[in-house]
Design a protein around this ligand. Structure first.
Ligand SMILES: [Zn+2]
Length: 87
Protein backbone atom coordinates (compact mmCIF):
# COMPACT_ATOMS: atom_id res chain seq x y z
CA UNK A 1 0.00 0.00 0.00
CA UNK A 2 1.38 3.42 -0.92
CA UNK A 3 1.99 6.04 1.73
CA UNK A 4 -0.27 8.97 2.37
CA UNK A 5 -0.23 11.79 -0.16
CA UNK A 6 0.83 14.04 2.69
CA UNK A 7 4.10 12.12 3.18
CA UNK A 8 7.02 14.46 2.54
CA UNK A 9 8.75 14.55 -0.81
CA UNK A 10 12.41 13.78 -0.55
CA UNK A 11 15.41 13.05 -2.75
CA UNK A 12 17.29 9.76 -2.88
CA UNK A 13 20.18 9.90 -0.35
CA UNK A 14 22.47 8.14 -2.85
CA UNK A 15 21.90 9.86 -6.21
CA UNK A 16 19.58 12.75 -5.25
CA UNK A 17 16.97 11.77 -7.85
CA UNK A 18 13.32 12.04 -6.90
CA UNK A 19 12.03 9.28 -4.66
CA UNK A 20 8.49 7.95 -4.45
CA UNK A 21 6.64 6.70 -1.41
CA UNK A 22 6.25 2.94 -1.23
CA UNK A 23 4.46 2.84 2.10
CA UNK A 24 4.11 4.68 5.36
CA UNK A 25 3.11 3.48 8.76
CA UNK A 26 2.56 5.04 12.12
CA UNK A 27 4.80 3.38 14.67
CA UNK A 28 3.19 5.47 17.42
CA UNK A 29 0.67 8.32 17.17
CA UNK A 30 3.65 10.75 17.06
CA UNK A 31 6.20 8.75 15.05
CA UNK A 32 5.84 7.69 11.42
CA UNK A 33 8.18 5.77 9.15
CA UNK A 34 7.94 6.25 5.39
CA UNK A 35 9.60 3.89 2.89
CA UNK A 36 10.75 5.33 -0.44
CA UNK A 37 12.08 3.96 -3.71
CA UNK A 38 14.50 5.98 -5.81
CA UNK A 39 12.99 6.69 -9.24
CA UNK A 40 16.40 6.44 -10.94
CA UNK A 41 16.43 2.88 -12.33
CA UNK A 42 20.24 2.84 -12.37
CA UNK A 43 20.22 3.46 -8.60
CA UNK A 44 17.15 1.66 -7.29
CA UNK A 45 17.81 2.35 -3.61
CA UNK A 46 14.97 1.75 -1.13
CA UNK A 47 15.24 3.73 2.10
CA UNK A 48 13.22 4.62 5.19
CA UNK A 49 12.69 8.08 6.67
CA UNK A 50 11.36 8.99 10.09
CA UNK A 51 8.78 11.71 10.65
CA UNK A 52 8.11 13.03 14.12
CA UNK A 53 7.31 16.36 15.77
CA UNK A 54 10.48 18.26 16.66
CA UNK A 55 9.28 21.61 18.01
CA UNK A 56 6.24 23.81 18.31
CA UNK A 57 6.23 27.11 16.45
CA UNK A 58 4.73 30.08 18.23
CA UNK A 59 2.90 29.87 21.50
CA UNK A 60 -0.52 28.32 21.08
CA UNK A 61 -2.75 28.74 24.10
CA UNK A 62 -3.07 25.08 25.05
CA UNK A 63 0.41 23.61 24.50
CA UNK A 64 0.73 22.41 28.07
CA UNK A 65 3.78 20.33 28.85
CA UNK A 66 4.05 18.06 25.80
CA UNK A 67 7.84 17.86 26.02
CA UNK A 68 8.58 19.67 22.75
CA UNK A 69 10.55 22.91 22.60
CA UNK A 70 8.58 26.01 21.63
CA UNK A 71 10.27 28.43 19.20
CA UNK A 72 9.26 31.83 17.88
CA UNK A 73 7.91 31.94 14.32
CA UNK A 74 10.76 32.34 11.83
CA UNK A 75 13.44 30.99 14.19
CA UNK A 76 14.11 27.49 13.01
CA UNK A 77 10.63 26.64 11.83
CA UNK A 78 11.91 24.89 8.69
CA UNK A 79 10.87 21.29 8.13
CA UNK A 80 13.37 19.12 9.95
CA UNK A 81 13.15 15.40 9.40
CA UNK A 82 15.65 12.90 10.69
CA UNK A 83 16.50 11.79 7.16
CA UNK A 84 19.68 13.69 6.18
CA UNK A 85 18.49 14.52 2.66
CA UNK A 86 15.44 16.51 3.80
CA UNK A 87 15.26 19.87 2.11
ZN1 LIG B 1 18.96 7.01 -6.12
Amino acid sequence: MAGKSSDPKIACPVCESAARVVRGRNITPLYREVTYDCTNEACGVRFVCSVEPRRIIGQPANVGDCGLPVVAPGSGDAINFLCPMAA
